[in-house]
Each structure stands twice: as C-alpha cells, then as structure tokens.
Design a protein around this ligand. Structure first.
Ligand SMILES: Cc1cc2nc3c(=O)[nH]c(=O)nc-3n(C[C@H](O)[C@H](O)[C@H](O)COP(=O)(O)OP(=O)(O)OC[C@H]3O[C@@H](n4cnc5c(N)ncnc54)[C@H](O)[C@@H]3O)c2cc1C
Length: 258
C-alpha cells in the first residue's frame, strides 16, 4: 500500500516557550514531531507491516523540519520528502496547496496526518488537502481497521463519544490521541535512517504551482503569551469560616456572585 504521512515539526510544548516581539524564540527551543503526527507515523508503519507497502513522510516547512523527518525514518518510514521554499506561505492554505500539488499524480492509497498541530493548532491542513484531492476524510481517529479489499472502518473521537465511520480507500485520515502507542526509534533504526532517501523539493518541483498560488491567505497580526496567573489564595480556619470567606471572595473579588 502506498501510504503518505503528513508530518509537521512543532515546539516541544512540555518545555518553556518564550515569545519576543510577536515571534516564538527558536534559539534554544526543543523541537519534536507533532505528537498527533507521531500517531499517524506509527499507524502507517503498522498498516504497511500488515499489508505491505511503502510509507513516505512529507513536510512543508523550513530546513529544521528535516530533523523530524529523520526521526520518522528512524521509526521505520521508508522515504521522506521536505518541501522547503520561502516562496510558499506559512499558513494552512499555502501548506495544503503545496501538499496537494505534491500528492496529485502520486496515487496515494492512504494519507495519514495529525488531528491538529500542538503549536498553531488550526486543524485545517488535512481537511483542506482532502478537499483539494477529492478524498474522503475522517478526522480524530482512535481505531483504524483496513481490510485486504481496502474497506476501512474508523472509530473516531466525537467529543468523548465514539462514532464509527466506513469508507473505501483512497482516503485521508487524521490521528487522535489513543490511536496507538508510537514506537521509539531503535539504534539500528537510527543507523538505517541515515541511508534512507530524504528528498528536498522546492516550488519549481511542484508541477503547475506558481508563487501566487501558494502565497499565504492569512496574516498573523499578534502573538503573545497568556498573562501570568495571580497567586492563589489559601483559606484557613474551620470549614464554616472557610465557606463564608469563599462566598465573600466570590462575591467581592471574583464578582462571580451577585
Ligand atoms: C517557508 C515556510 C516556513 C514555515 N515556518 C514555520 C515556522 O517557523 N513555524 C511553524 O510553526 N510553522 C512553520 N511553517 C508551517 C506552517 O506555518 C504550518 O504548517 C501551517 O500553517 C499549518 O498550521 P497548523 O499547525 O495550524 O496545522 P494544522 O492544520 O493544525 O495541522 C493538522 C495536520 O496537518 C498536517 N500538517 C500541518 N502542517 C504541515 C506541514 N507544514 N507539513 C506537513 N504536514 C502538515 C499534520 O499532519 C498536522 O497534524 C512554515 C511553512 C513554510 C512553507
């Protein structure tokens, strides 16, 4: 099976993120594969182990994304493609257009991606891409069964409930937490990854695309951290006193009660 995984590198949100003049400070920041895309890579590997086939991971973004692609190769992906070109806009529209141009004509049987990215988190790229490629799309999948004939049954997270959706392949499916437990790259995997193909493409390699067609359609006008949280108040005394204090604070300070 010809499987493509859409992979974005993100900041490690477990680490402290600094913002300076509306931009995230990249110096000293730790970058990882977007966690939802890790589930997508793992699922692609499991499907190819079961059904045979090739797993290609593809990113659109700056050169540093190559590190995330190498990690996916070390996990077991067969090939990686980095589409990197400053003429491609850095928004969901532009990225989806570049991915659509890349995937058109490559006949993917299955495209897997993340439900959303943990940094920008628009949750738009996959659905835009599915629309551009004319593929059925199932989002937030927590269980995926693909039969030999391509009949696909996906369990998706529907706000805490489970929705079961069937489709035929080709399709574009995004991963939700719980889909699987991603493997760690093994030492032999890391060694092998060094020899696996990591192709770099620019806009000129994407047939039929002009710089205008992949210019960003949105502009970020501000980016700032949430205001620091005020220290909490600890109530003391007997439970009845504490309840009285709490009601007073809710009324007078929090203005949550009339
Ligand atoms: C020249 C250039 C520079 C860029 N620089 C930055 C940067 O400095 N910081 C930054 O955060 N982003 C950068 N990007 C990427 C771009 O901003 C985002 O990928 C895009 O805006 C999608 O945003 P999102 O995170 O909200 O995606 P969402 O729609 O939330 O992502 C959903 C899913 O779509 C897929 N996906 C999303 N983005 C990509 C991608 N780029 N490649 C492959 N699959 C993807 C993943 O499977 C992801 O889980 C750059 C892109 C280009 C072309």
């Amino acid at each position: 099976m010809n499987i493509y995984v859409l992979l974005k590198q993100t900041f490690d949100t477990e680490e402290k993120v600094a913002v300076h003049e509306g931009e995230i400070v990249e110096e000293g920041a730790k970058f990882v594969i977007n966690p939802y895309d890790e589930y997508a890579v793992e699922e692609a590997l499991r499907i190819s182990e079961r059904h045979g086939g090739k797993v290609t991971v593809v990113s659109v973004g700056p050169e540093r994304y190559a590190e995330a692609l190498r990690t996916a190769l070390a996990m077991g992906a067969d090939e990686a493609v980095l589409i990197t070109d400053s003429r491609i806009g850095a928004d969901e529209y532009a990225v989806a257009e570049a991915l659509a141009a890349f995937l058109s004509g490559r006949n993917p049987e299955l495209v897997l991606g993340g439900n959303f990215s943990v940094d920008n988190g628009a949750g738009q790229v996959a659905v835009r891409l599915a629309q551009r490629l004319g593929l059925p799309h199932i989002a937030a999948v927590i269980k995926l069964d693909i039969a030999e004939d391509g009949k696909t049954v996906a369990h998706r997270d529907a706000e805490g409930d489970v929705e079961i959706v069937e489709t035929a392949l080709p399709a574009l499916i995004t991963a939700q937490q719980g889909l699987n437990e991603p493997r760690y790259p093994s030492l032999p995997g890391i060694m092998k990854a060094k020899k696996k193909p990591l192709q770099r493409l620019t806009l000129d390699d994407l047939e039929g695309l002009t710089a205008e067609a992949v210019s960003a359609r949105t502009e970020r006008t501000a980016l700032f951290l949430p205001p620091p949280r005020k220290a909490g108040k600890r109530l003391t005394g007997e439970p009845a006193d504490q309840a009285q204090q709490l009601v007073r604070l809710l009324r007078e300070e929090a203005k949550a009660l009339q």
